[in-house]
Design a protein. Structure first.
Length: 202
């Protein structure tokens, strides 16, 4: 029978400085780190920092371990620390310059629309793609596209990280996002041509 979180904490409190006590903390970390990291990602939307944030959460939790009073489950207490830490991080980020990852249009659009990428100057591709994604995609589609094409995460991992429960998981969002982006690219090209014609007619 698996030892409960609370029992591991009792072992640590019984001998906090011993190897036995430290082993108990390591077991708690290994047991919950992946879930806390996924939870941090859902809160912040930043897959790159999720693991680091989770480690910071555990550091805070272990520093405050004596404040856990068993009036709730260990995981409830742990996730309250995670929530507060992630909220602090997001407030801190709000005051920083926004950094965006480059997304090359030609890696996302269907092969039938390859000429669309050629119509966009390379120096403007990142700005254009961000604008098109903002206008065309919903929040989940945008996250899936960024995680897959920018961070190169496999679709099954994205499905687990985002907790997607639909039959095809992340793949369905990739398909719908590509379709929407292709329609938006056609509209963008059409509007760009009209603008150019207007400039030539002046």
């Amino acid at each position: 029978m698996e030892v409960s979180d609370e029992q591991l904490l009792d072992r640590y409190r019984g001998a906090p400085a011993s190897s036995h006590g430290l082993t108990s903390l390591n077991q708690l970390f290994e047991r919950h780190h992946a879930r806390v990291a996924a939870w941090c990602y859902r809160m912040t939307g930043d897959v790159d920092s999720a693991s680091d944030l989770a480690q910071e959460v555990f550091l805070k939790a272990f520093q405050r371990i004596d404040s856990f009073r068993r009036d709730s489950k260990f995981t409830t207490w742990l996730y309250s620390i995670a929530r507060n830490h992630c909220m602090d991080e997001m407030r801190s980020r709000a005051g920083r310059p926004v950094e965006t990852s480059e997304i090359e249009l030609e890696t996302i659009v269907d092969s039938s629309s390859e000429d669309a990428s050629q119509a966009i100057e390379r120096s403007q591709s990142e700005q254009t793609m961000r604008k098109l994604m903002t206008e065309a995609l919903d929040e989940t589609e945008s996250k899936v596209m960024t995680m897959h094409y920018v961070h190169e995460l496999p679709l099954d991992s994205i499905t687990r990280l985002l907790g997607l429960t639909n039959a095809s998981g992340a793949k369905a969002y990739i398909v719908s996002a590509r379709r929407k982006l292709n329609r938006e690219i056609v509209r963008w090209k059409s509007g760009r041509r009209e603008t150019q014609r207007g400039d030539y007619a002046k």
